[in-house]
Write a protein that binds this ligand. Structure first.
Ligand SMILES: [Zn+2]
Length: 485
């Protein structure tokens, strides 16, 4: 295969994953394109999914001691310029308001691409003494980053997210906070979204503009591409110095605070779509599915209908305290149509209920993770049965994704192996000397980037020393490469 053909086939792979994402997002009615290029309309089903993710994460954010607050959408342009690296990183992506109320503004306002600056401005007013620390805040908000190449959920000009911002009296505490929130994100991803992740540190080229260290979690999607699913930054005193955020320590000395910020976004919906699907559509993990059980009544005549619907209502009463359940009793659609419809939407459990089942005191259950049909499940003890099944589906989706990740993680020792393997996607582990130019060289040749310097390597790849994949110099660190969204 010639080099250009190789590139073309990679290009094709790239488009396949992205077109599958768009197809599923549109057909399952999660989102739609908006009249403004690069923006996205989140439809009710997509928003319900976001609310499920939001409530799970919000609970964990509060359990770790944070409070929610809200800061303005507009940021004075001068604020952004105060931290040199920050402005350099974000200026190209900023949308700027120049007019308001029919007049040109005295100072332009940036629509927040992230809120470190405006939050530091407020922190400098609120923090005076060590007694005011730590200050642990979070906000749920929308942000705007002017993207040239947009994709539903994964990369949109406006998106929804949460951003945590904290201030601490010392470095150790701030670093521990950044790692603690990364762990929260990992729990969200693995226990709720059923997506296994690699956690680690970003290289300098991928570090958040203005941070000292950026920690991340990276998932592997079914098309072989990696997705950055969440980041947590140790900011050191960079923003504190820019905004003069100081406190008086116990010895009466003025010190700059140490800070963190961390965020996940509606991109997680893209991750769920791309991690759990088959030819029938989505497969939502029960822990975050807006509807966990769909009940489809099956009947032919009016007399049957009455009996079947009555039984469905009884089922609903038994199960509704334990499950998010819906009965699809629409007459205008056939059962077959409904089966396809709810499979496309990824509902974890379907109960089919007809007159015969009622006579025999059973139901028919179809699980979406395996598409397996479970016939003649007794109505007696159904609640317990479904609770167990729901846990099993949640765990099975995680296991499937974990198996996929393991089967698509390869160790490579030289550039030739690298080029051969990366064509089919997946995570590649390889030694890297730490030089930016080697990272860039690999990116130019293969489009793969370093996703992270992992905290932990797969067990079979624990060799401590080797040679850089690009320059062959001695290296003491192995990193994860992948083509990424
Ligand atoms: Zn090198």
């Amino acid at each position: 295969m010639s080099k250009t053909e190789n590139l073309e086939s990679q290009e094709k792979d790239l488009d396949q994953g992205e077109s599958l994402l768009a197809k599923l997002a549109l057909e399952a009615e999660l989102a739609d394109y908006s009249p403004v290029k690069g923006c996205m309309v989140i439809r009710p089903y997509g928003y319900a999914l976001w609310e499920m993710i939001q409530s799970s994460l919000d609970r964990m954010i509060k359990e770790t001691g944070h409070q929610n607050a809200y800061f303005p959408l507009f940021i004075p342009e001068s604020f952004l310029k105060k931290e040199a690296e920050h402005v350099e990183g974000f200026a190209p992506e900023c949308a700027v308001v120049t007019h308001g109320g029919g007049k040109e503004l005295e100072e332009k306002l940036v629509i927040r691409p992230t809120s470190e600056t405006i939050i530091n401005y407020m922190f400098s007013k609120w923090i005076h003494s060590y007694r005011d620390l730590p200050l642990l805040l979070n906000q749920w908000a929308n942000i705007v980053r002017w993207e040239m190449r947009t994709r539903l959920f994964l990369r949109t000009t406006e998106f929804l997210w949460q951003e945590g911002h904290t201030a601490h009296a010392n470095k150790e505490e701030a670093e521990a906070e950044a790692l603690k929130m990364l762990e929260v994100y990992k729990t969200l991803s693995e226990k709720f979204l059923a997506i296994p992740v690699i956690d680690g540190i970003k290289t300098d080229s991928q570090r958040f503009a203005g941070a000292i260290t950026t920690y991340c979690i990276e998932g592997l999607m079914k098309d072989g591409k990696a997705l950055q699913m969440g980041t947590s930054h140790y900011l050191g005193q960079n923003f504190a110095k820019a905004f003069d955020t100081k406190f008086q320590d116990q010895g009466g000395q003025l010190q700059y605070v140490y800070q963190t910020s961390w965020g996940v976004s509606t991109r997680l919906i893209g991750a769920i779509i791309m991690a759990h699907n088959d030819e029938k559509g989505l497969k939502l993990p029960p822990n975050i599915a807006p509807v966990q059980i769909i009940v489809v009544p099956i009947y032919k005549e009016a007399a049957e209908k009455e009996i079947v619907l009555k039984k469905c209502k009884e089922l609903e009463e038994t199960l509704q305290g334990s499950f998010r359940l819906k009965i699809d009793d629409r007459d205008q659609y056939s059962p077959g149509w409904k089966f396809n419809h709810w499979e496309l939407k990824g509902i974890p459990i379907r109960i089919n209920l007809g007159p015969k089942d009622i006579n025999n005191n059973v139901v028919e259950i179809v699980r979406r993770d395996t598409n397996e049909k479970l016939k003649n499940v007794p109505q007696n003890g159904l609640l317990q049965y479904l609770l167990k099944l729901s846990t099993e589906i949640q765990e099975n989706l995680f296991r499937q994704a974990k198996d996929f990740q393991s089967k698509n993680t390869f160790n490579v020792n030289n550039e030739k192996e690298f080029a051969e393997k990366i064509v089919n996607g997946g995570f590649l582990t390889a030694f890297w000397c730490g030089n930016n130019s080697c990272e860039e060289n690999i990116k130019q040749k293969t489009r793969a980037t370093i996703r992270c310097i992992p905290f932990k390597l797969p067990v079979d790849q624990s060799k401590k020393e080797g040679y850089c994949i690009s320059c062959n110099k001695d290296s003491k660190q192995k990193v994860f490469f992948a083509k990424a969204y």
